[in-house]
Design a protein around this ligand. Structure first.
Ligand SMILES: *Cc1c(COP(=O)(O)O)cnc(C)c1O
Length: 361
């Protein structure tokens, strides 16, 4: 019999979440961000499920874009980091990709390119995140240089927010101000908003939304936020109990004996561990669901197994289903108990975990 660890992906829920993103800003278009294999959900499957209604897709790099093109996805695809070498502009031309330009080198490569067809470009300003983007003061000049290239047909102006997940933080207002001031009245559409800004900062909506994590059903704010409550979980990581034992008070569980029973404790052994992508740093008490009911992790997570408290479930037996995250156990709750974020849980799912897709249309 096969190992019972598997991920269920709900493609209809991803479509619903995409619609929820667009409903926040009627009239705006939205790039569905499918970088990093669609946050671990399978980029080709997700792009196919969204292709009929997504205005465009966004990926990190040309390799990710080519995977979608080879699978027959014909929608526009934005390369969020642009090209890494001028030669890549040949692929951009051939595969009809839309590069971001975030520095002067890329700007020069692009201006010197001689593509067979006109290129659309997303020009990025560093409005305060200080990772990628052109300095605000040189932005208008860079725009003018691009606009003067006969092979550049359209320029979208973009920036990225560093703290949009903090609902009232002044850094976001400052970034919006900076962008507004230095993009000024340059022609072209505007794109500012990641998931957190889509849900929490209407002033950042602009013309093109860029939803990522919200497509995959996790709130960008961590736990509770009213505008994230409508999101539907899209990845269910599940396994089963493969052992049950009763331990006496004082007995320790697993490597390092991290958890010591404070009372007689029934312990379940689950066939999922950090080699599947479950976080090794998950603390005792991290939520799980056994037979659809709340339980908690006890003891250190090992490579292929983890252990849970079955004290409230005397009838639990090997073969019973366990949900590690999904509709019963928010990925954000597991992430919070492991000092990480749902983004990392989703993208960290390992190749060993078979993926099962559902698409209730
Ligand atoms: C990844 C990414 C996004 C999506 O961010 P989420 O927080 O997942 O919504 C948006 N814009 C850029 C530039 C990105 O790199």
């Amino acid at each position: 019999m096969a190992r019972p660890t598997r991920a269920h992906i709900d493609l209809a829920a991803i479509r619903g979440n995409y619609r929820h993103a667009k409903a926040q800003a009627p009239g705006a278009r939205a790039l569905a961000v499918v970088k990093a294999d669609a946050y671990g959900h399978g980029a080709v499957k997700v792009a196919r499920a969204l292709a009929a209604e997504a205005d465009a897709f966004a990926v990190a790099c040309g390799e990710e874009a080519m995977e979608l093109r080879e699978a027959g996805i014909r929608s526009p695809i934005v390369l969020l980091e642009g090209v890494f070498h001028p030669d890549e502009l040949l692929d951009v031309d051939r595969a009809d990709l839309t590069p971001v330009v975030h520095n002067h080198e890329q700007l020069e490569w692009l201006c010197r390119a001689r593509p067979a067809r006109p290129l659309q470009v997303w020009l990025k300003m560093d409005s305060g995140m200080h990772r990628l983007g052109l300095a605000p003061l040189g932005f208008a000049a860079a725009h003018a240089r691009l606009a003067a290239c006969p092979h550049v047909s359209a320029i979208v102006l973009m920036t990225h927010l560093a703290r949009a997940d903090e609902p009232t933080h002044p850094a976001t207002a400052a970034q919006l101000d900076c962008f507004r001031t230095h993009a000024g009245d340059l022609p072209g559409s505007r794109s500012i908003a990641n998931s957190a800004a889509i849900l929490g900062w209407p002033a950042a909506h602009g013309d093109w939304l860029r939803p990522g994590i919200m497509l995959y059903g996790a709130s960008p704010f961590g736990e509770a936020h009213p505008s994230a409550a409508m999101l539907r979980p899209t990845m269910m990581l599940e396994s089963r109990l493969i052992g049950v034992r009763d331990l006496a008070t004082g007995e320790a569980i697993g490597y390092g004996g991290r958890f010591v029973c404070e009372r007689p404790t029934r312990v379940g052994v689950v066939a999922a561990g950090y080699a599947d992508g479950y976080p090794r740093h998950a603390r005792d008490g991290t939520p799980v669901a056994v037979n659809g009911r709340p339980s908690r992790l006890i003891g250190r997570v090992s490579m292929d197994m983890l252990t849970v408290d079955l004290s409230d479930q005397p009838a639990a037996a090997p073969g019973d289903p366990v949900q590690l995250w999904g509709d019963l156990v928010p990925a954000n709750a597991v992430a919070a108990a492991s000092d990480t974020i749902a983004y990392q849980l989703f993208t960290g799912l390992s190749r060993r975990v078979p993926m099962h897709y559902e698409d209730a249309t």
